[in-house]
Design a protein around this ligand. Structure first.
Ligand code: ATP
Ligand code: MG
Length: 415
């Protein structure tokens, strides 16, 4: 035998049973998002590397360390997308979608980050995300958060909502100065990552999960107490919107989005079922992003949800992935029966009824076993006798009960 070739580390196969779970997540997303007026956009998996350097940020871990970048045969520098927002915004600008006024878009698909693979963290993973462009008013924030809350509820999943604000260009700079000074004053108590980030990206320090950093971060100055009047009003309105919609949340003053163009609303949904990688979805307002990527000033807010993490929650909750099972399994007794089974199966399928037969034929006992293995509801034995009389017996595989059925009425009876 030739040597076997395995898949790339951190990139997973989704086998048929698991793919059913993905289909469910995606089908429910399409249904719920449509109720809120979000429309699907599909953009390429590969984009100019420059797009992410600008759109995600040169200083972020994603761009600095985790991006798969390659030269396209000595021409352009391209990247596998590490997230979905930058490409969506590029398309929004490139096709002039902004001239039509506010737009709500969603996407789903694979993303790539060269992270250290571990539970809940992979190198190819899947995100479902929403972006609302063109509305600066806070009720769209509340509406989008409610959409995600609805989505989880539809899937029967419990996730906790954490909400914060990261201010804007008028209140954040002064705060960042104080935060930097505070962090510098306690630098010896902070981990190497925090020390590295405190100058460049002090907000991200607040997000550090290292145990020994927690006491220092708990005492850090809080932006929430120093918001400008506009940001304070926006935050209040988002909160009252969520209250009006009956969405429960907790304010987490250390929840941040680390990039400059993120303003005001930041939110995250977490689940205990996930362990240390507890975030299942994260979102925020990015009023400067469209402009940063060369479009006209356009406010926006979006989130991305990790499908692998959502799958883990669903699995832990014992929710089986819904898979379509055959309604009828044809068991053939002889060659005439096998030919009739092929014809009848085609008839049922044309009528939208899932059915199976064992193309290997063989012993009836083995065929019944196969019927049970694939989870069929009924078995129908066909042989020369049934073909001649046009009468057969439909056997309920759960109750073992048999009901006579005329082959000519099979579709109607099964339905
Ligand atoms: P984390 O703090 O967990 O690394 P993040 O801030 O990098 O998350 P985002 O870039 O906001 O995450 O992506 C949104 C969601 O995508 C996350 O909440 C998570 O569910 C999922 N996600 C992010 N990175 C990965 C990954 N490497 N593998 C699997 N899922 C991921
Ligand atoms: Mg990350």
């Amino acid at each position: 035998m030739a040597t076997k070739i395995n898949g790339v580390k951190g990139m997973n196969d989704l086998l048929p049973g698991q793919a059913a779970r993905w289909q469910e997540m995606e089908a429910v997303a399409r249904e719920v998002f449509a109720l809120y007026g979000y429309r699907e956009v599909r953009t390429p998996v590969v984009e100019p590397a420059q797009l992410f350097a600008r759109g995600v940020g040169e200083a972020t871990d994603i761009v600095k360390k985790e991006m798969y970048v390659f030269e396209d045969k000595g021409e352009d520098l391209l990247a596998l997308r590490p997230e979905g927002t930058a490409g969506t915004v590029r398309a929004f600008i490139e096709h002039g979608a902004f001239v039509e006024g506010p737009q709500k878009w969603f996407y789903m698909g694979p993303m790539f980050r060269r992270e250290r693979p571990q539970k809940g963290r992979y190198r190819q993973f899947h995100q479902i995300g929403c972006e609302a462009f063109g509305v600066a008013e806070p009720f769209i924030d509340a509406e989008q958060i409610a959409l995600l809350d609805d989505y989880f509820a539809r899937l029967g999943v419990r996730a906790e909502l954490k909400l914060n604000t990261v201010g804007d260009g008028s209140c954040r700079p002064a705060y960042l100065q104080d935060l930097r000074a505070y962090l510098a004053s306690r630098k010896g108590e902070l981990c190497p990552d925090c020390n590295e980030r405190m100058e460049r990206n002090p907000l991200r320090v607040l997000d550090c999960k290292v145990e020994s950093c927690q006491p220092v971060l708990a005492e850090a100055p809080r932006l929430l107490e120093r918001l400008c009047p506009e940001c304070a009003a926006h935050f209040d309105a988002v909160r009252s919107g969520l209250d009006a919609l009956g969405v429960r949340y907790t304010v987490d003053t250390r929840l941040v989005r680390g990039l400059d163009y993120y303003v005001r609303t930041a939110y995250e949904f977490t689940s205990d079922a996930l362990g240390s990688q507890s975030a299942v979805a994260g979102g925020g307002r990015y009023d400067g992003l469209v402009e940063t990527l060369g479009g006209p000033p356009t406010p926006g807010i979006g989130f991305a949800l990790g499908q692998e993490r959502l799958a883990m929650i669903l699995e832990k909750a014992g929710r089986a992935a819904p898979e379509r099972k055959p309604v009828v399994f044809f068991v053939s007794a002889d060659a005439d029966g096998a030919r009739e089974a092929l014809r009848r199966a085609a008839e049922l399928r044309r009528a939208g009824i899932a059915c199976e037969l064992d193309p290997r034929g063989g012993k009836m006992k083995a065929q019944f076993k196969q019927a049970e293995r694939v989870g069929a509801r009924y078995a129908l034995v066909l042989g020369g006798n049934e073909v001649a009389t046009g009468q057969a017996k439909l056997k309920d595989l759960a109750t073992r009960e048999e009901t006579p059925v005329a082959l000519a009425e099979l579709v109607a009876r099964v339905r």
